[in-house]
Design a protein around this ligand. Structure first.
Ligand SMILES: [Fe+2]
Length: 209
């Protein structure tokens, strides 16, 4: 019985893979996407993983709070120890904290705009940030970068699942060429039950090659 069952399991796993691969099921790598023009030219004094609250300020950023959590994994599903995850995004009005941002002076100074965190031993990362909003020419997105201790780099962007603007966004379309890649970059949002009332939450694993 044993060999027969194993054959069935391998067959089921292989059918999920492109090109009929017969090796152990490998995870789909998070597709690379452009860094864009708004990666910080200088980092904020507070660059922790809570972008909604800037140290020393009473006010919280405007917008809908999003708890973005997940793990950094290799293609075999193993946690990538010591990876640094950075995110950056515009505020609730669509403004980046960047010299190339027209209207930068109007931005919400209570929004940190950029944050970074080291993954824990099991590869986990978490950010408290905002549900991203659209700005002219782009669907809502969160930029992110991952640098591993072995020198691997990934630059990409997360989008909101079900957002009609995704299909009109050229960066998204180029990255989401198949349903598996789409899954890596589309965030499914749900209420942040048990975390924060009125907030949203999502889990996004980042798979590096
Ligand atoms: Fe952007």
């Amino acid at each position: 019985m044993k060999p027969f069952r194993r054959t069935l399991l391998v067959g089921a796993g292989a059918s999920l893979l492109p090109f009929g691969s017969s090796v152990a099921a490998a995870l789909i790598v998070t597709p690379q996407q452009t860094e864009g023009p708004f990666y910080p030219t200088s980092f904020p004094a507070d660059m922790d993983n809570d972008l909604v609250q800037v140290r020393g300020q009473a006010a919280q950023a405007m917008g809908t709070v999003l708890h973005l959590q997940g793990r950094v994994l290799d293609v075999d599903g193993r946690p990538v120890d010591g990876a640094l995850v950075e995110i950056w995004q515009c505020d609730s009005q669509g403004l980046y904290d960047h010299p190339r941002q027209p209207g930068r002076e109007r931005r919400d100074s209570a929004f940190q705009g950029y944050g970074r965190t080291l993954v824990t031993a099991d590869g986990s990362y978490s950010f408290r940030t905002l549900k991203p909003v659209a700005y002219p020419g782009r669907a809502p997105h969160i930029h992110f970068k991952v640098a591993t201790s072995s020198g691997r780099m990934l630059t990409s962007q997360f989008y909101i699942a079900g957002e009609p603007g995704n299909e009109r966004d050229g960066v998204f379309r180029a990255a989401a060429r198949d349903p598996h890649q789409r899954e890596r970059i589309e965030m499914r949002l749900s209420p942040a039950a048990g975390l924060e009332s009125g907030a949203l939450a999502t889990r996004m694993d980042i798979v590096v090659a």
